[in-house]
Design a protein around this ligand. Structure first.
Ligand code: SER
Length: 337
């Protein structure tokens, strides 16, 4: 059993998150299309902050300093991981931002309040990661965030310093706003691996599941030559995957058991009774992703953005063909091969 909390629907989680931030002076803004506008660095919107990049650089003025929303995202780098417990190419990201407003202390305190007092997480089952720093890049360790978590009752076994690959987020694309981050992990319990002890290796692949990037502390702009310059002002960018949050809050062991994906899994099983678990997950994820892409006007093609739906559709057809050889897929295969 992952936790002892009451069942909660994805709709309720989405609303709880956004209402919490609204009550704390954030403006709820509309989500953007998954097709980026005026951003040649991205094929698809891959995070809640991607459509808001110009607010972080100061090139555009936000309607209010503090914002929140729920943003559909596509992560093409995760295509080959789909089939495991929680990787998805399409997911919804719950996000909150403070543009040139509050910084680390308020961001972490808000995260703690929402998780513990509203979603009712037991704080003993949460672990926070902070940035270890990187002398080569002249970036300091984030002791300030660690101290704030400490002030909230997190001891050394619940705070882990991680390196650049894990705790420095961005940019979304090759250049742009980025910074060190602090993430929150949920401890799914002894049956999923050894408990983390201060100073030991922190394994976030099984026992500890990331539920919220509770603050990217946007301070830097990554330039074309790979160097970091200072942004004009500091901002906070948070993001939590709705499917993963829904999985953890409902004691599920995979995102495919949540109300967001289970209906698709059940239908696939009905249509193809011999489908394997992994194939079923791939079909469920990829169908959601390419349906959204097609609905947003992206057409399969053999280059650029259109290559992604083509690849996803082709993978689904190969799976279906394996089980339904009686169907003639020749025409479709010719179109998308
Ligand atoms: N941009 C960060 C992320 O995607 C926080 O939202 O994890």
């Amino acid at each position: 059993m992952i936790n002892t909390m009451k069942p909660i629907s994805s709709k309720e989680i989405r609303e709880t998150f956004q209402k919490f931030f609204e009550k704390n002076d954030h403006l709820r803004i509309k989500s953007a299309s998954i097709v980026p506008k005026n951003d040649p660095t991205l094929l698809f919107i891959n995070s809640g902050m991607a459509p808001l990049k110009q607010y972080f650089t100061g090139e555009a003025i936000p309607p209010q300093k503090n914002l929140c929303n729920s943003q559909p995202c596509i992560r093409t780098i995760d295509i080959d991981d789909v089939g495991d417990r929680h990787h998805l190419t399409f997911f919804e990201m719950l996000g909150s931002w403070s543009i040139n407003g509050y910084f680390k202390e308020t961001a972490i305190k808000l995260a703690y309040d929402l998780l513990v007092n509203h979603f009712k997480f037991d704080p003993k089952r949460l672990v926070a990661s902070v940035y270890k720093g990187n002398p080569d890049l002249k970036l300091e360790p984030d002791h300030e965030s660690a101290k704030i978590w400490q002030s909230l009752g997190f001891d050394d076994d619940h705070i882990v310093y991680q390196d650049h690959a894990d705790n420095f987020w961005g940019p979304a694309g090759e250049t742009g706003p980025c910074g060190p981050c602090t993430e929150v992990f949920f401890d799914t319990g002894d049956e999923f691996g050894p408990k983390y002890k201060s100073g030991e290796h922190f394994d976030d692949t099984c026992r500890y599941i990331e539920i919220w990037n509770a603050g990217v502390f946007m301070e830097f702009n990554k330039e074309k030559d790979g160097s970091f310059s200072n942004l004009k002002f500091k901002s906070v960018d948070t993001g939590s995957g709705l499917e993963r949050m829904c999985m953890v809050l409902n004691n599920h062991q995979t995102v495919y058991e949540t109300d967001l994906l289970k209906p698709l899994i059940d239908e696939n099983q009905k249509q193809i009774p011999n489908i394997s678990t992994e194939q079923n997950r791939i079909l469920a994820d990829h169908c959601r992703a390419f349906t959204l892409m097609l609905a947003e006007g992206v057409r399969p093609s053999n280059e650029g953005r259109g290559y992604i739906p083509r690849r996803l559709i082709r993978k689904c057809l190969v799976i279906i063909h394996q089980h339904r050889a009686e169907f003639n897929f020749d025409t479709i295969f010719t179109l998308i091969q």
